[in-house]
Design a binder for this molecule. Structure first.
Ligand SMILES: CC(C)(COP(=O)(O)OP(=O)(O)OC[C@H]1O[C@@H](n2cnc3c(N)ncnc32)[C@H](O)[C@@H]1OP(=O)(O)O)[C@@H](O)C(=O)NCCC(=O)NCCS
Length: 183
């Protein structure tokens, strides 16, 4: 698979050299607040994750998200598909922008739009969906910008920071993607 280019970002394969950054970001409580991670991660955990990742279904390997900085590309996070279902033609997406200095600049929405393009126009999916903690307002807003609509609310489905919280299910259909593209 070749690199996927958007307007301001690109999605490339994850390299072992990226792990140092991931190790830093995924130990930052502000970053992991919206993620299903709650334990400190060692570099060995990261190495193990990387080794397991290289053996995954190629369509479920995550992408590194990079933004253009002058003549160079800067790594800011990762994103990708998992739980792809052949018969139902659907898949779940996930994203982490670990570099907090790059939050709220629209990169999350752009990365999700690129994943939709990849999902509908390359993987031939019919539905792309995600799960997000209800109190992760930045993420929800970003996903709405990318065209995801609320499909459901899983009440008190997640326990974190001493309380239960709802998990939102959001999705985009193939018909919605192509309708938006026509406009
Ligand atoms: C969630 C995440 C992917 C969003 O990406 P991003 O590039 O920061 O977000 P975007 O710039 O695309 O959109 C953020 C929107 O939320 C808004 N926002 C940010 N903080 C907000 C708050 N506290 N209340 C309301 N809106 C807020 C921003 O203003 C922006 O909306 P706008 O463009 O209408 O002004 C990224 O912040 C991230 O990876 N966070 C840490 C990990 C995480 O939570 N991942 C998601 C797991 S489901």
């Amino acid at each position: 698979m070749s690199i996927i280019y958007g307007e301001r970002i690109r999605l490339r394969a994850v390299e072992r050299d990226d792990l140092k950054k991931y190790h830093e970001w995924l130990n930052d409580p502000e970053v992991t607040r919206g993620l299903a991670l709650y334990l400190p991660l060692s570099m060995a955990d990261e190495e193990n994750w990387f080794d397991a990742m290289t053996k995954r279904d190629p369509n479920e390997k995550p992408f590194a998200i990079e933004i253009k900085k002058g003549k160079n590309w800067k790594l800011i996070g990762n994103c990708g598909f998992h739980a792809l279902e052949n018969q139902n033609r659907c898949g779940e997406v996930g994203i982490v922008i670990g570099d907090k200095t790059e939050w709220n600049k629209g990169y999350g929405a752009e990365a999700m739009t690129l994943l939709q393009r990849h999902g509908f126009e390359t993987l031939n999916l019919n539905r792309v969906y995600l799960r997000v903690y209800a109190d992760n307002v930045r993420a929800v807003r970003s996903y709405e910008h990318a065209g995801f609509v609320l499909e459901g609310r899983l009440r008190e489905a997640n326990y974190k920071h001493g309380k239960y919280e709802d998990v939102l299910l959001m999705g985009v259909l193939r018909s919605e993607w192509f309708k938006k593209k026509k406009k």
